[in-house]
Design a protein around this ligand. Structure first.
Ligand SMILES: Nc1nc2c(ncn2[C@@H]2O[C@H](COP(=O)(O)OP(=O)(O)OP(=O)(O)O)[C@@H](O)[C@H]2O)c(=O)[nH]1
Ligand SMILES: [Mg+2]
Length: 288
């Protein structure tokens, strides 16, 4: 079972808008107020900083506060979500990735990266956290907030964040349909040569729905690097029903776009799509 752990302001914003099983973790009770459906936990940012800066090899089950351990109890795969750059989110994600490992639970991380107009200290903190988390987790998916400008130009920031949250939910919904704990070793192997991943989603309809969906997915504003340098990628294809031949064609086409990537594929039936085909692509950036 997947469980979301929203950490800090951005993480709690995500939790407030999702129906998926979630825990909201904030440094103040105010962060948690808007998360009505979720379990809640207040942990001071100082506590997260201390834990995050402790060498992971020195951490053991007994050091992890019981209230944190309890939240991991009933989940197989934990999805940690935070805005990197914030103190609570950056250090919380570092520490909780290691906690998940110690407790034998797999963790995937999804994070936003600060706008370039935010302070340099914040952007550097985000980059440092990102590099550290890459080494602690199975898969890290990052979303540069700057790309919101391309996606939803001139939209007020709170509305834009809501749209971004629904985009960030996509890989969770997809992976929860195609992945179990048993797939994690292969996922680790595929993801291992990449740093963090970026998302592109495409929807297609009509005779050429596969081509249209692929084109739209590759037009993602987050694919702003040389895709031929990507060491690995995940593609999840959904339609109703799933047509195996179509999936095969899509995979062939993705290989053409990503000639040097190890590719892991999943597909599932989604009746809500009607006659449309959806492709979600996670493409790995080379390690820095
Ligand atoms: N995409 C997205 N990014 C957000 C959101 N809220 C904040 N951010 C980004 O996340 C970064 C961290 O902000 P917060 O999540 O508020 O920080 P925090 O983790 O609570 O950390 P501290 O308050 O410093 O302890 C910010 O610099 C923004 O770039 C959100 O709702 N969505
Ligand atoms: Mg905060």
């Amino acid at each position: 079972m997947f469980k979301i752990f929203g950490i800090g302001g951005a993480g709690c914003n995500f939790v407030a808008g999702t129906k998926l099983p979630s825990v909201a973790i904030g440094s103040t009770a105010a962060d948690l107020e808007r998360c009505q459906r979720a379990e809640k936990l207040v942990i001071s940012s100082e506590q997260f900083v201390n834990f995050a800066l402790t060498d992971p090899s020195m951490l053991s089950k007994n050091i992890i506060p019981q209230q944190i351990r309890d939240k991991f109890e009933e989940c197989e795969i934990s999805i940690l979500i935070a805005g990197l750059g914030g103190i609570t989110g950056s250090h919380g994600m570092r520490f909780l990735s290691t906690v998940a490992k110690i407790l034998g639970k797999n963790a995937l991380c999804i994070s936003s990266l600060p706008f370039s107009v935010e302070s340099e200290t914040r952007r550097n903190a985000a980059l440092e956290a990102m590099k550290d988390i890459e080494g602690r987790t199975e898969l890290l998916i990052c979303f540069e907030n700057d790309k919101l400008k391309d996606l939803v130009p001139r939209m007020p920031i709170d509305k834009a964040f809501k749209i971004m949250n629904s985009i960030m939910e996509r890989p969770i919904l997809d992976l929860s349909r195609v992945m179990t704990n048993a797939d994690i070793p292969v996922m680790r192997q595929v993801a291992g040569n990449s740093g963090s991943f970026r998302l592109g989603v495409g929807l297609g309809r009509g005779t050429y729905r596969d081509r249209n969906a692929i084109r739209e997915a590759f037009e993602s504003p987050w694919f702003d690097f040389d895709l031929k340098s990507s060491p690995s990628a995940f593609a999840i294809i959904s339609s109703h029903p799933v047509d195996e031949k179509e999936v095969e064609d899509v995979v062939g086409e993705i290989h053409n776009w990503l000639p040097n990537s190890k590719l892991m594929i999943g597909s599932y039936e989604d009746p809500s799509l009607g006659d449309r085909l959806r492709i979600s692509l996670l493409i790995g950036k080379p390690k820095l």
